[in-house]
Design a protein around this ligand. Structure first.
Ligand SMILES: Nc1nc2c(ncn2[C@@H]2O[C@H](COP(=O)(O)OP(=O)(O)OP(=O)(O)O)[C@@H](O)[C@H]2O)c(=O)[nH]1
Length: 305
C-alpha cells in the first residue's frame, strides 16, 4: 500500500507534513474554483491564465515541486495530477465558450463539476489514508501501536490455527526505567525509549514485528518461531541492548537493560492467553533479578521461578 511504502521511505514526520499540505491545498483549490464560477455568476473579468496555468496554481506549484520519487511514481499521485490538469483544461474551455456564446453548455459544465469532485475526493482520500495510517504508529518511537499490533497478531494466530506453522510472542520491558526518568528527566527518558525502539527494530529479523505495547513495554511478534528459538532471539536482543550505549546530553551515555517474557501461540487458544503468558514469563524474569529472558512454562503458571 502506498502509505506504508511512503512511511518507509519518507519517515513519519515528513509524511504527516504531506497529509497537512494536501488538506490545505484542497482548500486553496476550492478558492480557485470559486473564482472560475464568479466569472459566470458575478460577471467577473475572464482570467485565462488563472484557468489555463495548472502548474502555476498553488496545487500545481506543490504537485510539480514534489521531489520524492516514491510519491511521484505512485499511481494515486499520477491520477491526481491528471485530474488536476484536466480540470484546468475544462475551465479554460468553459471560459472560451462563455466568451464566444455568452453561456456554458450543460454537458461541459457537468464534466467540469464531475472532475472537480473526483479530484477533491482523490486528494482527500490520500490525505485521510496517510492520517489514518500514521495514527496507528506511536508518535514517540514510530513503532506500531498496541491496537495495530493486535491486528498483526490476530492474522498470525489465524495462520497458527490453520496449522500453518508457529508464532511466538515476546514481551520486553526496560528495567528500572523510572530511575532513568528520575535521574535524567522525562525528556531524556523519552530519548532512551526512542533509542531502545530503534535498537529493537534494527536488531530484529525482517519478518518480526516490534510494537510499543505500553509506557516502557514492547511486544514482539516472531512468526515461524517456536518457544525455544524465540527465547534465543530474545536473549540476543537482551545482550545487544545491554551492550548498546545510548547518547545523552553533552556527550554523556547511558546503558539500559530489559527483561523479556516469551510464550508461543497455541492453536485454538485466544490471543489474550498468549499475551498473558508472555506477561507472566516477563514477571518471572523481573522477579528473578531482571535483565534476563524467561520462557513461559507450566511451572510459570504454578508461580515457580
Ligand atoms: N520518559 C517517559 N517515561 C515513561 C513513558 N511511559 C512510561 N514512562 C515511565 O516508565 C516508568 C515505569 O516505571 P515502573 O513501572 O515503576 O517500572 P520500572 O522503573 O521500569 O521498573 P521495573 O519494570 O520493575 O524494572 C515510570 O516512571 C513512567 O513514568 C514515556 O512515554 N516517556
Amino acid at each position: 500500500m502506498l502509505v506504508n511504502r511512503l512511511i518507509e521511505t519518507l519517515g513519519h514526520e515528513e509524511i504527516k507534513a504531506l497529509a497537512l499540505s494536501l488538506q490545505g491545498l484542497v482548500g486553496h483549490h476550492l478558492q480557485w474554483l470559486n473564482r472560475i464560477h464568479q466569472v459566470f455568476i458575478c460577471q467577473q473579468p475572464i482570467d485565462y491564465p488563472l484557468a489555463r496555468d495548472y502548474r502555476g496554481c498553488s496545487f500545481g506549484q506543490w504537485y510539480y515541486g514534489v521531489s520524492q520519487r516514491e510519491l511521484k511514481q505512485a499511481p494515486e499521485f499520477i491520477r491526481i495530477g491528471r485530474l488536476h490538469q484536466q480540470l484546468h483544461e475544462l475551465a479554460t474551455e468553459m471560459l472560451l465558450q462563455y466568451e464566444q456564446q455568452g453561456v456554458v453548455n450543460e454537458a461541459l459544465y457537468g464534466e467540469f463539476t464531475t472532475i472537480e469532485q473526483r479530484f477533491v475526493a482523490e486528494v482527500e482520500a490520500l490525505a485521510f489514508a496517510i492520517d489514518d495510517t500514521t495514527r496507528q504508529f506511536d508518535s514517540l518511537t514510530h513503532l506500531p501501536t498496541r491496537s495495530l499490533m493486535g491486528v498483526v497478531l490476530e492474522k498470525e494466530l489465524s495462520r497458527v490455527n490453520r496449522r500453518r506453522g508457529s508464532c511466538s510472542l515476546v514481551m520486553g520491558d526496560i528495567d528500572h526505567f523510572k530511575e532513568v526518568n528520575d535521574r535524567y528527566g522525562h525528556p531524556m527518558g523519552d530519548r532512551v525509549l526512542e533509542a531502545v525502539a530503534s535498537y529493537f527494530e534494527e536488531a530484529l529479523r525482517r519478518y518480526d514485528v516490534v510494537s510499543r505495547y505500553g509506557g516502557e513495554e514492547f511486544l514482539f511478534s516472531m512468526p515461524e518461531t517456536d518457544l525455544g528459538a524465540a527465547c534465543e532471539i530474545a536473549e540476543r536482543l537482551r545482550e545487544g541492548l545491554e551492550a548498546t550505549p545510548i547518547p545523552m546530553q553533552e556527550g554523556a551515555e547511558v546503558w539500559v537493560t530489559a527483561s523479556f517474557g516469551v510464550a508461543e501461540m497455541e492453536p485454538g487458544k485466544p490471543l489474550v492467553e498468549a499475551i498473558s503468558r508472555a506477561d507472566e514469563a516477563l514477571y518471572r524474569a523481573k522477579k528473578s533479578g531482571r535483565n534476563r529472558v524467561c520462557g513461559w512454562s507450566q511451572e510459570n503458571r504454578a508461580g515457580g521461578v
